[in-house]
Design a protein around this ligand. Sequence first.
Ligand SMILES: Cc1ncc(COP(=O)(O)O)c(C=O)c1O
Length: 422
Amino acid sequence: MVGFVEKNGVLHCDDVALPVIAAEVDTPVYVYSAAHIRAQYDALAGAMVKALPETRQPMLCYACKANSNLAVLKVLQAQGSGLEIVSEGELHRGLAAGFDAGRIVATGVGKQDSEIAVCLDKGIHQFNVESLPELENIQAIAAQMDKSADVVFRLNPNVSGGGHHKISTGRARDKFGISVERIFEAFEMAQGMSHINALGLSMHIGSQVSTVETFEDAFKKLAGIVTDIRAAGHEITRLDIGGGFPIIYNEEDLLDFDAYANWVNEIIEPLGTEIIMEPGRYLVGNGGALLTEVLYVKETSDRDFLVIDAAMNDLIRPTLYDAYHGIEAVENRDAQERVYDVVGPICETGDTFSQERSLPEMARGDLAVIKSAGAYGFCMASNYNTRPLPAEVLVDGDQFTVIRKRQTYQEIIDKDIIPEWL
Ligand SMILES: Cc1ncc(COP(=O)(O)O)c(C=O)c1O
């Protein structure tokens, strides 16, 4: 068993007891299982191997917005992954982790001139273009640099997918992608552009999409549009079908990958294009947890609070999306259950990880984990309340290493400048 499992009454990450990490690195700390991440990659790649011909395997481009620590990137790069980036920062991280630029795709609605230029200079696989003004801008920058830009157009298929309205990205009202009507205009425009190769389409409909029918609908729309665009005389040689695969936070349904892969084989494969996918959360989400210590048990006339040393600045998903995260005691896991609100130290009522959660009775100094925190956890952390960014640790079997040091107060304060005139 890999990931977060109980052994001899103590919660471990793979073969490392979590109290050992807390003693050495302190809390709060993100802990990731390399073995879990590898297993997730292999499960997804394996489903595609089963369903699709050997010569038509997709390039899996890990959407590193989910977790962009260099060591995590390295684990996935070593598994054979490509990379999806949304910023120049993520490009630099990817290259530093050893990804070949030719296996990197750049998405995002607001690509800056400098980001486009660096991507062109490094020779990335493609830009996933999100608007016509962006296309004009890429053409202008590529012409200036005398480079040619491979692009696909991100289709907004007007499909509602995703576990929360803030993570749905494929509806007409969302800021992402180009509507069907304007996609034709985009191909027409690109034809007259000297430094643009328009190669195909991309699509990403949202996150935590657990119903295979949602993908089936979106694929059918995509295939119909490919046929129409080809009929209009344009070549389509690449299709990027996005990510959005769910993990279990609480009692969600998992996507039936075999059914998904079969739809890819039935609808996308016959189109004869290169296939790209952009999985993020699925690869890393359940492979990480935020390890934290109980500061106080605060009993009030209304309820009992477990005040922990992790806060919304470390993990914002519960505050931002009302997201559910499992919480478990690390030791004394058989203790009598009590009902707590689990809260952080920040001066916001929203700094609440769970309400009325039944947990083994805990006391000051006890350790707990907030589970499923490997995706959209550390990478969304902030310095709110001048709290340092937490440390990150990677476990592999029975070894562990700090893969990001805890930020110091000096590092935070040093960035501020008091003007001489004050
Ligand atoms: C364009 C694009 N691709 C891929 C992803 C990854 O999504 P997920 O983590 O749900 O797989 C996202 C997430 O926001 C995205 O915006």
